[in-house]
Write a protein that binds this ligand. Structure first.
Ligand SMILES: Cc1ncc(COP(=O)(O)O)c(C=O)c1O
Length: 398
């Protein structure tokens, strides 16, 4: 039998938490973990290689400027974003003197904006070099597409011609030679990673020898952990900076600490009699009398609808199943017939509680996606709260 409701809630069988200190859906970001992850990555690097922290997409959902500062404190010396607006936001947040690589396929207007903000841009055609010169000049990184099949030119000779065009163009400075790996996170890739690395090495080493100071860079997080030969002069790390596993398994295996915890609270706890249901479409029907808790987080917060009847939550160190359809603003949890006084309790959706933990990798497996998409997908409605190992940071909220 479910716990009998108190007299105050007997009419509805509900207990609603209204404590003013509670927060609806909250991503707690531990900046100290980001610092330590960067220290750990920097310690891994081949002699002299720099760490560039990739903070695009609002720092993979963690907050770009806050992440950037923590990464710099942890040993990163470059930042990378994808679009000019992301660079502008970093500059506006006070990150004025840090070199920032703007990695995306930019429009003419974006080239102008990125260069005006002191960004270094990526080019792979003479036309793009001309656009940089027309925008008043600036630093460029020439990209060879060594196998990703996305940005960059596939032809090493053409890429070399772009290098020479950059050197001739007025106001343009050749700053880097780069590529990006397609399978560094897939250990059984039939040797594709090694092929990309060999192709890029041949192209870049030849050019760099006669161009001292030009940065050669290729590695993302997985490549950094996979092969030191990919480190060259700089590595561009995103996912590992945030303490997620580039190989999608367990961050702890690589001594990485997840920086983000997602929590909410039990806004209501009420009886659900056998045969009663919870949520749209009645996708959960109680088989026995139980207590259903309401968590005020839903797909409008980035807690995906595909997690309906397909996720767990930690409350007081115990795992409970989420049940019923995830709606835009809420989801329900089966707390069992004897839940005790749980309304108002913290509910952890990503993170640790007691001996239990739920990782972004766990959720990604449930959803058939990757950990990147889990944190990037948290919407702006989720409050970001920053701390250093529990001590409030920045916004004063632990
Ligand atoms: C060009 C480029 N470099 C580096 C990164 C960082 O990759 P990761 O987050 O796997 O470290 C990305 C991310 O997608 C990228 O697009």
């Amino acid at each position: 039998m479910a716990r009998e409701p108190s007299r105050a809630t007997a009419a509805t069988g509900a207990a609603q938490a209204v404590d003013g200190a509670l927060e609806r859906a909250r991503a707690r970001v531990n900046l100290a973990a980001i610092e330590r992850n960067c220290e750990r990555l920097a310690g891994e690097l081949a002699e002299g290689a720099r760490l560039c922290a990739v903070v695009k997409a609002d720092g993979y959902g963690h907050g770009a400027a806050q992440t950037a500062r923590a990464a710099l404190a942890g040993g990163a010396s470059w930042l990378a974003v994808v679009e000019a607006r992301e660079l502008r936001e970093l500059r506006a947040a006070g990150l004025r003197d840090v070199p920032v690589l703007v990695m995306g396929a930019l429009t003419g207007a974006e080239f102008r904006e990125a260069l005006a903000d002191g960004g270094e841009v990526v080019v792979w055609s003479e036309e793009a070099v001309d656009a940089v010169a027309a925008a008043g000049g600036g630093a460029v990184h020439v990209k060879l597409d060594s196998g990703m099949g996305r940005l960059g030119t596939r032809d090493p000779e053409r890429a070399s011609a772009v290098v020479e065009a950059a050197e001739r163009a007025p106001g343009v400075r050749l700053s880097g030679l780069m590529t990006h790996f397609a399978t560094s996170d897939e250990v059984r890739d039939g040797g594709f990673f090694e092929e990309q690395l060999a192709l890029f090495t041949r192209w870049a080493r030849g050019l760099a020898e006669s161009r001292p100071g030009v940065l050669v860079h290729a590695a993302n997080s997985a490549a950094v952990l996979r092969d030191a030969a990919s480190h060259f002069d700089m590595v561009r790390c995103g996912i590992a900076v945030y303490g997620m596993d580039p190989f999608g398994e367990d961050p702890a295996e690589h001594a990485l600490e997840p920086a983000l915890e997602l929590d909410t609270y039990l806004a209501e706890v009420k009886l659900c009699r056998a045969g009663e249901s919870a949520g749209y479409g009645r996708r959960f029907v109680a088989e026995r009398d139980t207590s259903i808790g309401l968590l005020p987080i839903g797909y409008g917060d980035g807690w995906r609808r595909a997690l309906s009847n397909n996720a767990e939550v930690l409350v007081r160190g115990t795992r409970y199943p989420l049940v019923g359809t995830v709606s835009m603003d809420s989801v329900t949890v089966d707390l069992g017939p004897e839940p005790g006084e749980l309304h108002g309790e913290q509910a952890v959706l990503i993170g640790r509680q007691g001996e239990e933990r739920i990782t972004a990798e766990d959720l990604a497996r449930r959803l058939g996606t990757i950990n990147y998409e889990i944190t990037c997908g948290l919407s702006a409605r989720v409050r970001r709260r920053y701390h250093h190992d529990g001590e409030p940071a920045g916004d004063g909220q632990p």
